[in-house]
Design a binder for this molecule. Structure first.
Ligand SMILES: *Cc1c(COP(=O)(O)O)cnc(C)c1O
Length: 434
């Protein structure tokens, strides 16, 4: 399978190059040249398969030309060591819980898959060490750091804004050591992201060390996110539900939604999608007006969705031939303000007993507002509510238990390097060797 750049100013590449480079040299995103369609027999048998079995089938269609079957199978079976259960919240509304991975974030799926695939390519191609740079406002850093921990030939640098990630999130990537270095930046998340982008574009630095990204711009991070949409469908089929399915995705950089759209192109019978935004609503604005105007992000309760210029927008446009009409036929949008998030967490808990996190709350609310009577709705619950303990407790007035898996992280010793804003200078001196 070949990947082209959405800017169309650089040559198509194979999977290995797309994963190792992350971003194309014309700064475009790599996108599948052709989307494979799965046979109808697969969908008929899907309800008898577990998460790993079906993911392996999907992965074979996507990556089978580039990775040997036995290797791909091992990657899938190692990476997906948890399930994504579908939980009924109320009549015709289901939560697809994506937070049962090691860091309790849906990003575990993509991060764990990417770590293993990149590790395989580094070994197979005999590459010198690959360095993963990742900017985080919390969740990405922990999923990526834990996903890559101990993978040979790869070193990870996590850049995070000092004092702006939660204590639990900080523990999840600062206590690991080994091939993970946490860099504390004196600035905001946007500063971290700018520094990472500048590093990718710096010729001198790239000559010294091989750099790649583990954000959803990387195909190995975002494509595996298609797997759990199939798992949602398999579980609905077991309940006898096969059509009029609408899936609602709480979105920031839109990697998750794009993976769902690709699953649909592969034949997954999802009728339509809803993109839930928080107050950072540039995509919602695009859907209503046809005009895309990126803005600086604003801080909200659903902070992993605080993105003012979603990086996967270009992929969505390409998928539908840049037709605003086609995009709006398949995707509707909603913007959930902080007050609505609070109100939704409280009312859902009171009425159904189901505890949402602030991101899932955007999804649940959007679904409630936009679902039709003949549809079955699934929203993606992207994080465990305990990760936002203070917010959730202030809304429901009850204590939220921290799961043992999360508690474990708080026991380690914090190790960080305090950087001002000069990433390049620091990497030139300290980078490269694990
Ligand atoms: C990353 C994240 C999102 C947004 O996902 P995108 O793929 O960037 O749209 C939503 N919720 C949580 C909890 C996240 O960590």
């Amino acid at each position: 399978m070949n990947y082209y750049s959405t800017n169309k100013q650089s040559p198509t590449v194979g999977l290995h190059e797309a994963v190792v480079k992350g971003l194309a040299s014309d700064k475009g995103l790599y996108m599948l040249e052709r989307i494979p369609v799965l046979p109808s027999s697969f969908f008929e048998e899907i309800s008898g398969m577990d998460f790993r079995e079906m993911s392996y089938e999907v992965a074979s269609a996507l990556f089978g030309d580039d990775v040997e079957p036995s290797v791909l199978k091992k990657i899938i079976y190692d990476a997906l060591c948890f399930d994504t259960p579908l939980v009924k919240v109320r009549d015709a509304v289901y939560s697809l819980e994506l937070f049962h991975g090691p860091t309790l974030a849906f990003k575990d799926v993509g991060a764990r898959f990417m770590a293993r695939l990149l590790g395989y390519f580094v070994k197979k191609e005999g590459l010198e060490q690959v360095n993963v740079l990742v900017a985080t406002s919390g969740d990405t850093g922990s999923a990526v750091a834990n996903g890559f921990l101990g993978v040979k030939g790869i070193h990870v640098y996590v850049l995070y804004p000092k004092g702006k990630v939660s204590a639990i999130q900080e523990c999840q990537f600062t206590t690991l050591g080994r091939n993970i270095t946490a860099l504390e930046i004196d600035g905001t998340f946007d500063d971290c992201q700018r520094m990472v982008k500048a590093a990718f574009m710096d010729g001198e630095l790239n000559e010294k060390m091989r750099l790649t990204s583990a954000n959803s711009i990387n195909v190995a991070r975002f494509l595996p996110q298609a797997f759990y949409y199939f798992n949602a469908y398999a579980q609905l089929r077991r309940l006898g539900i096969r059509e009029n399915i609408v899936v609602c995705v709480p979105s920031g950089n839109f990697g998750n939604l794009t993976a769902g759209l690709i699953a649909r192109e592969m034949g997954l019978p999802v009728k339509r999608f809803i993109a839930a935004n928080n107050r950072n609503d540039v995509f919602f604005h695009y859907l209503s007006t046809g005009v895309y105007s990126p803005k600086p992000s604003v801080q909200t309760l659903a902070n992993a969705m605080d993105v003012g210029d979603p990086s996967n927008f270009a992929r969505i446009l390409d998928l539908y031939g840049h037709s605003h009409r086609t995009v709006t036929e398949i995707i509707s949008g909603f913007a959930c303000l902080d007050e609505m998030i609070r109100d939704t967490v409280a009312s859902c808990y009171r009425e159904t007993g189901y505890l949402l996190d602030p991101h899932g709350a955007c999804g649940y609310r959007a679904l409630k507002e936009l679902m039709h009577a003949d549809e079955t709705g699934v929203f993606l619950e992207t994080a465990h509510p305990a990760k936002f303990k203070d917010t959730i407790e202030s809304i429901i007035g009850q204590t939220v238990e921290i799961p043992p898996k999360l508690q474990e992280f708080t026991k380690g010793k914090k190790q960080t390097v305090a950087l001002g804003k000069n990433l390049k200078q620091w990497l030139m001196v300290n980078g490269v060797i694990s």
